[in-house]
Design a protein around this ligand. Structure first.
Ligand SMILES: *Cc1c(COP(=O)(O)O)cnc(C)c1O
Length: 375
């Protein structure tokens, strides 16, 4: 249950890291100091990979220093070239990971109900140069994985999921992370499960995991041989230790966020022009709480964003501007707004309300009160 504490109004940010008590972290630090193994696949690193496999219900996990290096490495591991179909409605790292691999992003529009890539529009954008699809489970809501796989199979494309928002998300009774050739997680401080900085790749086989583990360690095979041009993507023991501690609490964190989600839905009901993007979904991780601001809301999305800010409540316009609007991308033919009408409209109307483990009932009621009064 949500704690209903009376306290002075405080600033509230869109995300807030879940922090277990420091006293629980100290024994991990002592172990690291005793062992003096700081990185390169130490014992905490090994344990976190094992425990994440169990917790998430996946076969193989490779930990990374952050989600962006993990994305770049995942694409590298597929040995693809040419064009990759991707979404403009995401964090900019999604497209950056393509360009860092000399791959050409081709933006395709999203579906209005999920703001995830629209499979029919993917099919229409395939050319002889297309080699892969890089999709995002935006806000942790599953892409239409069956339809995307069908399109990929027809055209012989690889599929990578940027699953930075999808930690622990279940889909039809299984981990959502089992879909596609590879799924990539982020454990950045703003994500629902964090290791300060961190990330991971979920792979389907030990063979693929071994290749990825080699790529994240400079391509080194042994003391005297380097097989290929790898990078340094290794997660340190400090970060892995924090992950192990977080993992002990993450079910409780998810349950608390679910309560916040339920309370938002209940209290937002009936406010004209405000609509939660998705219906409640079992298997959700409650990472974000996106609302759509409809035209009948006179103050508009940006007005609401400013009004909340004046009251110390920092919502975020994820994802505005679209990636396709940023300088490195806005001259691509696929970046034209006429090619991306749904994403363009959504970027003008979406607002992510604060969502974190520590929000209490009074916080949610205060936020919704400001929204209701703003009309
Ligand atoms: C956070 C995020 C990333 C990048 O992850 P980092 O761990 O911050 O490098 C990539 N894609 C999406 C959709 C994200 O939200």
């Amino acid at each position: 249950m949500l704690r209903s504490l009376k306290m002075a109004n405080k600033d509230i940010f869109v995300t807030k890291p879940s922090m277990p008590p420091l006293s629980e972290f100290l024994p991990y630090l002592e172990e690291i100091w005793e062992r003096q193994v700081l990185t390169n696949g130490g014992p905490f690193h090994v344990r976190l990979e094992e425990e994440l496999c169990r917790h998430l219900g996946v076969e193989h996990v490779s930990l990374f220093t952050n989600g962006t290096i993990a994305l770049m490495t995942a694409l590298k591991a597929l040995d693809i070239d040419g064009e990759v179909i991707t979404t403009p409605f995401s964090f900019v790292a999604t497209s950056h990971s393509l360009v860092w691999n000399n791959l050409r992003p081709v933006f395709v529009d999203v579906a209005p109900d999920t703001l995830n890539l629209d499979p029919a529009k993917i099919r229409a954008a395939i050319t002889p140069s297309t080699t892969a699809i890089l999709a995002v489970h935006c806000y942790g809501h599953p892409c239409d994985v069956a339809a995307i796989q069908a399109v990929a199979d027809e055209a012989g494309l690889r599929v990578v999921y940027d699953a930075a928002h999808a930690f622990g998300v279940r889909h039809q009774g299984h981990s959502l992370l089992r879909h596609g050739d590879l799924s990539v997680l982020s454990f950045h401080a703003t994500k629902m499960f964090n290791t300060f900085e961190g990330g991971a790749i979920v792979s389907p086989s030990l063979e693929v995991k071994r290749r990825i583990d080699r790529l994240k360690n400079f391509g080194i095979i042994d003391e005297t041989s380097v097989a290929e041009v790898g990078t340094n993507g290794k997660m340190s023991e400090l970060n892995a230790a924090f992950g192990l501690l977080q993992l002990k609490h993450v079910d409780e964190y998810r349950a608390r966020r679910r309560e916040v989600d339920r309370l938002y839905r209940k209290t937002l009901q009936g406010i004209p022009g405000i609509r939660p993007l998705h219906a409640p979904r079992d298997g959700d991780n409650y990472s974000y709480f996106p609302i759509m601001v409809e035209p009948v809301c006179r103050i508009g999305r940006d007005g609401l964003y400013e009004r909340l800010k004046e009251n110390g409540i920092y919502s975020r316009r994820y994802f505005f501007p679209l990636i396709s609007r940023f300088a490195p991308y806005n001259t691509l033919p696929s970046a034209a707004e006429t090619n991306l009408p749904v994403a363009t409209d959504a970027a003008q109307r979406v607002l992510c309300l604060p969502m974190s483990t520590d929000l209490v009932e009074a916080d949610v009621r205060r936020i919704v009160g400001i929204i209701a009064a703003a009309g």
